[in-house]
Design a protein around this ligand. Structure first.
Ligand code: BES
Ligand code: MN
Ligand code: MN
Length: 458
């Protein structure tokens, strides 16, 4: 770490992040509403303290959005920093080695200098807080070289429902030259990368109803459709022997990449053995004709995220349940459209249901895929910033996850995004024992000011 201000304040930067991580701001569960508010307040206070103007906790129909800005000179470029302070639920709690909202530091094989274990450490509080601290640092050392606007939301993990309307209603206030987001991963701590694409999402919940009540599985079993058996079969039928998705029309809009583009994608280092070892799997799985990077980067998927019904308590209960349920996500790639794919799913799901059951498909949130340019001034600034601090030029990659609001920034605000994330895919995002490397946290704080510096020189 060459930066003196960072060196002198590094312990406080960590203590403050710990305070933020102790707030269980889970957006999926309304029981945590007061924690959502506390997290928003925490960020707004720190932004104010760092020197931001017009800091406001903007109410929405859902969770508030924290806004703040520093306009140093209207003729300079403006960076809109986006991130989220909400986190995923921490369940199953028993699988955490230390409690999710009591941050602790432990060493791991990928993080020999230590990592912060807590829900939200990487996704996205740790990465958001890097921006707050980098801003503090630039203000304190009078090195801020662009105008900056912060927009930190509290509903990313539940589909950003109210951020779209907020953007549309605040077009003037959000005017900027680029959106800077740290909510993605790098390949490794010694191989920096920048995601230049994110997948879209269609998310549905399905309900299969058989008989009008739970039945004795001996008295009725074999003569009445069991909704769990049927649902399992319906889900299984949605992949063929080559693991292609069988929904008619599903691939129609998919943009096939040229061999040259695929080759470029495969320049990213990838160690299949290490991948399998990390996940304790003997083999990988997926669509024939594509490798792991392609399957997660440029190909669409269909996954069951949860399935339930019938008796799951202790011991045995012989029951033929009346209903079965599942949550299903589809990751989308250019040029699939979330709404269209949800419709195709619904039509197909209804068409394959046998006459003995009724099905209901309930669409949840969705989002469109995005590809961001790798020749824009903002991308080049991020590339140069990372090259400066990592000592290696970052590789452009495609992220498998989704940040649905990125497509909306493009459509409604006319703004491209730069996905300068610092996490690792192995940091257990959304899983028990989520963590964020100390190396990554400080590297982010160190890198962000270089982005501003190079972007101002564009
Ligand atoms: N930060 C993630 C997305 C991500 C992670 C992108 C790693 C690339 C690499 C984000 O918080 C997230 O989890 N998004 C959700 C979508 C949302 C609609 C719930 C996702 O991808 O499941
Ligand atoms: Mn995130
Ligand atoms: Mn997430």
């Amino acid at each position: 770490m060459q930066n003196q201000y960072l060196n002198e304040n590094k312990d406080r930067f960590l203590t403050e992040l710990f305070e933020l991580l102790r707030i269980p701001s889970i957006s999926a569960d309304s029981a945590y509403k007061k924690d959502i508010i506390s997290a928003a307040q925490y960020i707004s206070e720190k932004l104010t303290k760092a020197g931001a103007d017009k800091v406001e906790i903007c109410e929405t129909a859902g969770n508030p959005i924290v806004y703040g800005e520093k306009i140093i000179d209207p003729s300079l470029p403006t960076v809109l920093v986006y991130g989220h302070y909400d986190v995923q639920p921490a369940v199953p709690l028993e699988l955490w080695d230390t409690p999710p909202f009591e941050p602790t530091i432990r060493k791991t094989s990928v993080h020999p200098d230590g990592a912060i274990f807590a829900r939200g450490a990487c996704d996205d509080k740790g990465q958001v807080y890097m921006h707050v601290k980098a801003f503090e640092m630039m203000m304190a050392t009078q090195t801020l070289s662009c105008n900056v606007k912060f927009m930190i939301e509290g509903e990313e993990e539940v589909g950003s429902t109210n951020l779209g309307p907020f953007c549309i209603a605040n077009k003037e206030r959000l005017k900027a030259d680029v959106v800077l987001i740290s909510d993605t991963s790098i390949i490794g701590n010694d191989s920096p990368s920048i995601d230049c694409g994110l997948r879209g999402l269609s998310y549905v919940e399905v309900e299969v109803t058989g008989p009008n009540r739970d039945l004795h599985s001996g008295v009725y079993g074999g003569a009445v459709a069991n909704p769990i058996n049927i649902l399992a079969k319906m889900i299984a039928s949605m992949h063929d022997g080559n693991n292609h998705i069988t929904i008619p029309g599903f691939y129609d809009a998919v943009q096939e990449l040229s061999m040259a583009e695929r080759d470029a994608l495969n320049e990213a280092p990838f160690d299949l053995e290490a991948y399998k070892k990390d996940l304790a799997i003997n083999d990988i799985w997926g669509e024939q004709g594509y490798n792991v990077l392609e399957r997660t980067g440029i190909r669409p998927t269909l996954d069951c995220n949860g399935i339930w019904g019938g008796y799951i308590g202790e011991g045995a209960k012989t029951v033929l349940p009346s209903k079965a349920f599942a949550k299903i996500s589809m990751r989308l790639v250019p040029n699939q459209v979330s709404h269209d794919i949800t419709e195709l799913f619904q039509k197909h799901f209804e068409s394959i249901a046998p006459a003995g059951v009724k099905v209901v498909v309930k669409p949840h949130h969705g989002g469109e895929p995005v590809v961001t340019p790798i020749d824009s001034p903002a991308y080049l600034a991020a590339e140069k910033a990372m090259e400066t601090t990592f000592g290696k030029k970052p590789i452009p990659t495609r992220g498998g996850g989704s940040i649905p609001i990125v497509a909306l920034f493009e459509r409604e605000l006319g703004l491209k995004s730069v996905l300068m994330g610092f996490g690792l895919d192995s940091d257990a995002l959304h899983s028990p024992n989520e963590h964020y490397g100390l190396f990554n946290y400080y590297k982010g704080i160190e890198t962000i000011p270089f982005f501003y510096k190079y972007f101002a020189q564009k």
